[in-house]
Ligand binder design. Structure first.
Ligand code: CUA
Length: 327
C-alpha cells in the first residue's frame, strides 16, 4: 500500500546517512565507536524522557480531574522532578566526560602529525622521526592502520575545526593555541575530513582526504614524500616548470629540491600524488588542475590564490602536466 511504501521510504531515508566516507554513524575505529555509542545512548535517553514528559503533560491536560490528582502530590514532584533527573544526569555526565577525556590523551607510540587550518585549506606536517626529515603536504592525511595517530592542531587566521566523523570527535583549531586529538583507524580505507566551524565564505569547501594504509604501504608513502621533487624529464614538463618559475608560483609555494620556497601556500613538492585538489573539491588530474589555476576566484571566491586567467590553454596544460608529474 501507499502507507507501507511511505514507511519504507522514510526508513531508507533515515538510514541513508549511516554509511559512507563522512559519517559518524559508520565508525572505523575505537574512538569513533565510543562517540557512536555516546550519541546513541544520549539520543535514545533523550527520546524516552521526551516521550515520558510529553505523555504526562497530555495526561495532566486531558485526564479527568480525579484521575490526575496524583500528579500534583508532593511525592510525585520530588521523585519525578528531582530524584529522576538527578539520577539520570549523574549517570550521563560522567559517562560523557570519560568518553571525551579519552579522545585527547597522548597515546604511546602514536604517529605525530601537525595540522594547521587556513582559509580554506589544511597544512599537514609530518614531523621528524629518527633519521627521516620533516615534510609538509596539504589537504590529505595519510595514516597507518592500527597505529594510534595524535594530531596537534592550530589555525593560521581564524578559528577552524578539525573533524573526521568516521575516526573521532571534533577539535577546535584556534590561532595561537595548540589542541590535540588522538584516534586510531582500525579499517583501511578512504575517509573524509571536514572543517566543522564556520570560518568564512568557503567554509563549506574546506575538506580533506584521510587515507588509512597498511603499515608497509604507509612507510613507502612516507619515504616517497620525504624525497625532494622529481626533476622534469620531458620537454613538455620542462616547459611547465619554466612557466611555474616565470609566473612566480615559487614565491607562495614550496617545491623542495627547486628554488621555489614560498611558505605561504600549500607545499607542492608531491602535489601529483594527492587524490584531490582545492581542499577536497575535485579529483586531481591535468584538467582540474589547469581549471583551478585559471579560475581559483571563480571556483572558490575568497581563497588567497588569485586566478591566473592570462595563461593560454597550452600554457595551462604544460603547467598542470608539470604539477601532475610531481608524484
Ligand atoms: Cu575552516 Cu570552516
Amino acid at each position: 500500500t501507499a502507507m507501507n511504501r511511505a514507511a519504507v521510504f522514510v526508513c531508507a531515508l533515515s538510514l541513508a546517512g549511516c554509511s559512507g566516507v563522512q559519517s559518524a554513524l559508520d565508525p572505523a575505529g575505537g574512538d569513533a565507536l565510543r562517540i557512536y555509542w555516546l550519541t546513541l545512548i544520549m539520543t535514545l535517553g533523550g527520546t524516552l524522557i521526551f516521550l515520558l514528559v510529553t505523555g504526562l503533560l497530555l495526561y495532566a491536560i486531558f485526564a479527568p480531574p480525579e484521575r490526575r490528582a496524583w500528579l500534583g502530590r508532593r511525592r510525585t514532584i520530588v521523585v519525578g522532578g528531582l530524584a529522576f533527573p538527578i539520577v539520570v544526569l549523574s549517570g550521563l555526565l560522567p559517562y560523557g566526560l570519560i568518553v571525551m577525556r579519552d579522545t585527547d590523551v597522548p597515546m604511546p607510540g602514536a604517529l605525530q602529525v601537525a595540522v594547521t587550518g587556513e582559509q580554506y585549506w589544511w597544512r599537514v606536517k609530518y614531523p621528524e622521526e629518527g633519521a627521516r626529515p620533516e615534510f609538509s603536504t596539504a589537504n590529505e592525511l595519510i595514516i597507518p592502520v592500527g597505529q594510534p595517530v595524535t594530531v596537534t592542531v592550530t589555525a593560521a587566521d581564524v578559528i577552524h575545526s578539525f573533524w573526521i566523523p568516521n575516526l573521532g570527535g571534533k577539535i577546535d583549531m584556534i590561532p595561537g593555541r595548540i589542541n590535540r586529538l588522538s584516534f586510531t583507524a582500525e579499517r583501511p580505507g578512504i575517509y573524509r575530513g571536514v572543517c566543522a566551524e564556520f570560518c568564512g565564505d568557503q567554509h563549506a569547501r574546506m575538506a580533506f582526504d584521510v587515507v588509512a594504509l597498511e603499515p608497509a604501504a604507509f612507510d613507502a608513502w612516507r619515504a616517497a614524500q620525504a624525497k625532494p621533487a622529481r626533476e622534469p624529464d620531458l620537454p613538455s614538463l620542462v616547459r611547465g616548470r619554466d612557466l611555474f618559475r616565470a609566473a612566480g608560483c615559487g614565491s607562495c609555494h614550496v617545491v623542495r629540491g627547486t628554488e621555489a620556497d614560498g611558505a605561504f601556500g600549500p607545499d607542492l613538492t608531491h602535489v601529483g600524488s594527492r587524490r584531490t585538489i582545492g581542499a577536497g573539491q575535485f579529483p586531481n588530474n591535468v584538467g582540474t588542475l589547469a581549471g583551478w589555476i585559471a579560475n581559483t576566484q571563480h571556483i572558490k571566491p575568497g581563497v588567497r590564490m588569485p586566478s591566473y586567467g592570462s595563461f593560454t590553454g597550452e600554457e595551462l596544460r604544460s603547467l598542470a602536466a608539470y604539477l601532475e608529474s610531481l608524484k
